[in-house]
Design a binder for this molecule. Structure first.
Ligand SMILES: [Zn+2]
Length: 117
């Protein structure tokens, strides 16, 4: 199951980031989920709630933000949002575009309780 592997990797990143930021526990985790990542937000939440037990994010809430596809045209250098999965440049109609965002899962924000001194 794809989501399970991704969630395990996400929790590793969270543990690392929490250690770096001296957080004793994580309250909220924000991720960006690209429209082309083939990951369902519901499945991701479900896996997160299963796997977070016993980690520093055991009490954390997962906030998933959906990210639109962003493309770039190598011909006219235009940047644009890709809508309705139309993979051509809206400016010059060039049929080959590069995707800049929208394929991946990114950890964007972490908040929690710092270690008491
Ligand atoms: Zn173009």
């Amino acid at each position: 199951m794809h989501e399970l592997t991704l969630t395990a990797r996400l929790l590793e990143l969270i543990e690392e980031a929490a250690a770096l930021n001296r957080l004793a526990q994580v309250d909220q985790v924000k991720v960006e989920l690209g429209q082309l990542s083939c990951v369902s937000a519901e499945a991701l939440s479900f896996c997160f709630n299963q796997l977070k037990k016993g980690s520093c994010a055991a009490g954390a809430e997962l906030v998933i933000e959906s990210v639109a596809l962003e493309g770039f045209c190598p011909k006219c250098q235009a940047g644009f949002k890709v809508e309705n999965l139309l993979f051509h440049c809206p400016n010059c109609r060039h049929p080959e575009i590069r995707l800049l965002r929208g394929e991946e899962l990114c950890l964007t924000e972490l908040s929690g309780e710092p270690h008491g001194d």
